[in-house]
Design a protein around this ligand. Structure first.
Ligand code: NAP
Ligand code: GLV
Ligand code: GLV
Length: 321
């Protein structure tokens, strides 16, 4: 029997991929670092039956309509805003993602980013490395407390709940906002439901963990930042486009809010002259929420397992909802 042709859009470790060669005819983009060009991806999408994509690949309607052999896209991320899922559905192309395996890892980073922002950890490290540490003084690099404060989680899903668990351990008061209420999350984390505006007004730390959709696009705009407390922080570990970055920059320089921790940006990679990079009260990370070796290996394997299940006619492990 001929094996289905699968194209992987980034070089993944041989030790992960090799075992799957028994079931799949695998070709990989040779670079571990640089993304595949759109042109090359188009060609492979047309000749392959399956794709294993990264969040950097824009799998849009044009690409899908030209890919007559394609029957599955396994996206190696839990977010799938980079794939036109609606068109895929109409063309009967399955789409899978990687929920659960990255939840705790991403929550660790999100809470770590909150802590780094509040306690000025990155600035403080740079302070020493820049040879500025000449004295100790009572208010040198003084930050803001985390314990006893209110965290407002916008998007109380898998990762949001895992962040709530951490916040509870830190003695924080927890608010959350979703389109739907989650009584079991209220019960297990002691979280209280608030509407979006109420959450913004009451929280010391506003943490965004929604997916990027038409509804959440630029959800954090000028009005949202104006609703926040002047000494509150904004943390984003979802997708950059949930935020109007110009409005965030204005809010920071006008001191409408105290600072921000950002793992994601509207344009990634961010350009070196991006205004937010010039703000000392903003901590910027290059989209590393799920980036631990353990979790990235698990995400790779889950994506490959989905492909194998699909071609063996078994139920998909983690189809997008
Ligand atoms: P999830 O379990 O689906 O949770 C998403 C939550 O967002 C749900 O509770 C949902 O509740 C809420 N939501 C959806 N639309 C909303 C809206 N319009 N307004 C308010 N809340 C809304 O997803 P997850 O696994 O926690 O992942 C969440 C997102 O994190 C992913 O989509 C991805 O973009 C991002 N992520 C980033 C990284 C990183 O590296 N930084 C890593 C992993 C994931 P309702 O449906 O009730 O509204
Ligand atoms: C990462 O950002 C993901 O969605 O998995
Ligand atoms: C700080 O190091 C202290 O001892 O208070």
């Amino acid at each position: 029997m001929t094996k289905p042709k699968v194209f992987i859009t980034r070089r993944l470790p041989d030790e992960v991929v090799d075992p799957y060669k028994e079931h799949l005819d695998i070709e990989m983009w040779p670079s571990e670092v640089e993304p595949v060009s759109r042109q090359v991806l188009m060609e492979h999408a047309q000749s392959s039956q399956g794709l294993l994509t990264m969040l950097t690949e824009n799998v849009d309607e044009q690409m899908l309509r030209k890919s007559n052999n394609l029957s599955i896209i396994a996206n190696m991320a839990v977010g799938y805003d980079n794939v036109d899922v609606k068109t895929a559905e109409t063309l009967d192309i399955a789409v899978t993602h990687t929920p659960d395996v990255l939840t705790e890892t991403t929550a660790d980073l999100t809470f770590g980013l909150l802590m780094a922002t509040a306690r000025r950890v990155v600035e403080a490290s740079q302070y020493i490395k820049d040879n500025k540490w000449e004295h100790w003084s009572p208010l040198m690099l003084a930050g803001t407390d985390i314990h006893g404060k209110t965290i407002g989680i916008v998007g109380m899903g898998r990762i949001g709940e895992a962040v709530a668990k951490r916040a509870k351990g830190f003695g924080m008061n927890i608010l959350y906002y979703n389109r739907s209420r989650k009584p079991e999350a209220e019960e297990s984390h002691g979280a209280s439901y608030a509407d979006f505006k109420g959450l913004l007004e009451q929280s010391d730390y506003v943490v965004c963990l929604t997916p990027l959709t038409d509804e959440t696009h630029h959800m954090f705009n000028k009005e949202a930042f104006h609703s926040m407390k002047k000494d509150a922080f904004f943390i984003n570990a979802s997708r950059g486009a949930t935020v109007d970055e110009e409005a965030l920059y204005e809010a920071i320089i006008n001191k409408d809010i105290a600072g921000a921790g950002l793992d994601v940006f509207e344009q990634e990679p961010i350009s070196s002259d991006h205004p937010l990079l010039s703000c000392p009260e903003v901590v910027c990370l290059p989209h590393i929420g799920s980036a631990t070796k353990e979790t990235r290996y698990n995400m790779m394997k889950l994506s490959l397992d989905n492909l194998v299940h699909h071609f063996q006619g078994k139920p998909l492990l983690t189809p997008v909802p």
